[in-house]
Design a protein around this ligand. Structure first.
Ligand SMILES: [Zn+2]
Length: 242
């Protein structure tokens, strides 16, 4: 599943279509995509794992879910969910969840809740975390209402970096660790972005998918943790359960 930084990369890859008219829309999607025909793209935006194609009065929301993908100026073998054709190229979406909406995106999205956004607001995240003291930190990091854009890889790496056990409850975190959690959710996301662009992301994973903790040189643990029940990799030795 693409995490926030991957959507930022997509946004950068489609900049050539900004200001361009959608000449042809097609695909097997059930949404009323004809609404996009002949519309000019005013902007591409992202909020967490959502990718938005904004036109005057209408916006397409793309959510890649678990198996979604896209191709720019090329096609996959599989049936296309939605294809947007421009004079200078095309964007094709596969196996993703699509939605058309007519409201102003600024009224729907709180950009300051997106860890990759320039307006990211750590104090707001802190306030929201204070409201869920019993949640496990592993679940809290995946909560898109608090950390939009954070996915499972970022979750695992952030907790390892700050040496916090994934089963620690938010309310039990020392103040210093709470601040580190919020700081690294954004900071690691930008490392992710930089490494992904250079095709070296996996090489930099410290704990995600690892069998050995590189800090302790002892076996790491893999467990499906919390309400989100996602694959969690951690070290019982250096990641403290508060
Ligand atoms: Zn360790």
């Amino acid at each position: 599943m693409p995490e926030g930084p991957s959507i930022v990369i997509l946004k950068e890859q489609v900049q050539a279509f900004k200001g361009k008219k959608i000449l042809q829309v097609s695909g097997n999607s059930k949404i009323d995509y004809q609404q996009l025909q002949n519309k000019t793209v005013t902007d591409f935006k992202s909020w967490g794992k959502h990718f938005l194609v904004c036109c005057k009065g209408v916006t397409l929301r793309v959510h890649f879910m678990l198996f979604g993908s896209y191709r720019i100026n090329e096609k996959k073998e599989t049936p296309v969910r939605l294809s947007l054709e421009f004079k200078n190229g095309e964007i094709n979406f596969y196996a993703c969840s699509l939605k058309i909406f007519y409201e102003n995106p600024n009224e729907i999205y709180d950009w300051s809740g997106d860890v990759m956004n320039d307006t990211w607001n750590p104090s707001k995240a802190k306030k929201k975390l204070a409201e869920i003291p019993d949640a496990l930190v592993a679940d809290a990091l995946l909560n898109q209402n608090i950390f939009a854009g954070v996915g499972n890889i970022i979750k695992n790496e952030v907790l390892w970096r700050i040496k916090v056990h994934p089963k620690t409850k938010v309310g039990d975190l020392p103040k210093k660790k709470l601040n580190e959690l919020i700081y690294e959710a954004r900071n690691y996301s930008f490392d992710f972005l930089k490494w992904k662009k250079a095709f070296v992301l996996k090489k930099h994973w410290c704990i995600h998918t690892k069998t050995i903790c590189p800090r302790c040189n002892i076996p790491a643990h893999k467990e499906y943790v919390g309400k989100t029940n996602r694959r969690t990799f951690f070290c019982n030795n250096c990641q403290v359960l508060y």
